[in-house]
Structures are given as structure tokens and as C-alpha cells.
Design a protein around this ligand. Structure first.
Ligand SMILES: [Zn+2]
Length: 295
């Protein structure tokens, strides 16, 4: 059996998979974000309860493919640590660690919305923007583990004639105008505030748009306009043919359908079937991706 975990800033979701990829044991515990010994103990207790021969972890943050060092803002006790090596030493078991967005795409490419496609570019539209590229069942990590991180790099610029007309927001990466600032659930809310001067959460905006609210519909339309071109450009660049969507906005089916239409309008080769589609594996994508990544 293999122990798989999806490590987030609030919870660690644990599952033991048998050889037929069935989940035979499951547990969810609060993440000991600042205590490495307690973090290791979560895994030690799990493998003491369910005998496993290997451990696979999906975690938020970058995983450097060369050094194995994790960069994590949400879980300080693993930040800067060669997590796979250190946990393997503590548990005396082989440990594999992958980025959680990569795990999502790997799961969807293997068992979900991306089945049958050679190249799958999955995107996360959640608290922020993330993503990953999977080619024939293999994660394309890129230098420093940034493969698939399409949310950063300035895309939105102010016009010199109307400096306040465009939503050029400061990004957490230190730049401004990144898609991460407008492409997530928080970004949808920022756009709504910028456009209408009104505070609303992303669920109210997407539901309002579906119900015919003019302001919400304008926000959703602008959101799709701003993201549609860059996503199409990504698909051209990497020759991916399907874009499973994860994160909270994946549940906003009308928004995803509108984004899909905007992306397809920008594709050089006409496609008659949906390209941007909700992921099919829900909250278990991270665990399943960790399992698949572990081989
Ligand atoms: Zn940025």
C-alpha cells in the first residue's frame, strides 16, 4: 500500500491506496504548520496504523526538481526543506513530493477530464491562479519547479492616456498587472470592485451573473476577456488540447463555459468541443495525483 497526502495550509488529507488504486483508509488532520516534529509525527502515526511501503505527497508551494527543496508560504515548517529526503529519513520509507497544482493536473490527465489527451494544461482558479502541464502522463516541472505557473508576469498595463482605466493591481510576487491578481476568485472580486465600486464575494458575482444581474454579468464578461487570450496563447505555445479547471471557480459552470467560449474564439485551429472544462475528480484530485506521481 502507499500512503498519499494532500498537504494544505489548514489540513493534511491522508489516504492509503491499495495496489488497485482504491482508497482503503482515510484521515484528515490539522496541519502543524510551524512544527516539523509534529508534521513528521502525522506521517509516522499514519504508517504505524496502515502499513505502507511508500509515501507520496502533494503540497502547495514550489518543489525544486533538482534539489527537492520546497518553497511554501502556507506551511513554514517545510519551507526551505528538502521535504522528500527529510521525511524519507524520518520514516525509513521512499517519499515523493509534488506541487499540488501539478498533482491536480496529473490526476485529471490520467483519470479525469484530460483522459485521452497527450498534453493537458490544467489551471487552478481558486484563492490565486496556478496550473501545470502534463505530457503523456509526465509532469513538466521546468527550472525551479515553475512549470505551468502561468499567473505571474505583467499582462495588464495602464494606458498612458487613461492611466486609471485598466485594473493594474499589485501582485503578491512583487510585480503588478499579473493574471494572478484578476484571474482567481479573489481576482473576480477585485474586478467587480474596480468596475462597479461594489464589494461582493465570488459566489455572489457568479450566481448574480447567471441570474441576469447586469453588473455581475459585466464583471464575468471582462474576467473572461482578460483570461481568454492568454490561455489560448498558452495552448498554442505548448500544444495542449484540454484545460481541466480546479479551485473554487471550477464550480461556477456558467463562468467556465463563458471562459471556454472566449478561449476557443482565440484559438488558431477551430475546435467544436469544449476545451476549458471543470475537473472531474473534485477534492480528491490532489490525493489521486500524488498516488499517480508515486508511480
Ligand atoms: Zn505576480
Amino acid at each position: 500500500m502507499r500512503l498519499c497526502a494532500d498537504v494544505g495550509g489548514s489540513f493534511i488529507d491522508l489516504a492509503a491506496f491499495d495496489a488497485e488504486a482504491r482508497i482503503v483508509w482515510r484521515r484528515k488532520v490539522a496541519t502543524p504548520v510551524a512544527d516539523w516534529a509534529a508534521f513528521g509525527a502525522v506521517f509516522a502515526e499514519a504508517v504505524a496504523t496502515v502499513p505502507c511501503s511508500a509515501v507520496s505527497i502533494a503540497t502547495a508551494g514550489l518543489v525544486d526538481p533538482a534539489s527537492g527543496v520546497v518553497t511554501s508560504a502556507n506551511v513554514p515548517c517545510i519551507d526551505g526543506r528538502a521535504l522528500a529526503r527529510d521525511l524519507a529519513t524520518a520514516l525509513a520509507l521512499p517519499v515523493r513530493v509534488v506541487n499540488d497544482a501539478d498533482a491536480f493536473v496529473l490526476a485529471e490527465a490520467t483519470l479525469g477530464a484530460g483522459r485521452g489527451h497527450d498534453r493537458v494544461f490544467g489551471i487552478i482558479l481558486g484563492t490565486g491562479v496556478g496550473g501545470g502541464l502534463v505530457e503523456r502522463g509526465r509532469i513538466v516541472s521546468g527550472a525551479g519547479g515553475i512549470g505551468g505557473e502561468w499567473g505571474h508576469g505583467q499582462v495588464i498595463h495602464a494606458s498612458p492616456r487613461a492611466p486609471d482605466a485598466m485594473p493594474v493591481f499589485a501582485c503578491g510576487c512583487g510585480r503588478q498587472g499579473c493574471l494572478d491578481t484578476i484571474g482567481s476568485a479573489r481576482g473576480l472580486e477585485r474586478l467587480h470592485r474596480f468596475l462597479h465600486g461594489v464589494e461582493a464575494d465570488s459566489i455572489a458575482i457568479t450566481r448574480g451573473s447567471e441570474a441576469g444581474d447586469v453588473q455581475a454579468a459585466a464583471t464575468v464578461a471582462w474576467f473572461c476577456d482578460l483570461l481568454g487570450g492568454p490561455i489560448a496563447m498558452l495552448l498554442h505555445a505548448v500544444s495542449a488540447t484540454i484545460v481541466p479547471v480546479g479551485g473554487g471557480l471550477a464550480n461556477a459552470t456558467a463562468l467556465i463555459a463563458a471562459l471556454d467560449a472566449r478561449v476557443r474564439a482565440n484559438l488558431l485551429t477551430p475546435v467544436t468541443t469544449p476545451v476549458v472544462v471543470p475537473g472531474q475528480l473534485g477534492n480528491e484530485a490532489g490525493l489521486i495525483g500524488a498516488f499517480v506521481a508515486g508511480g
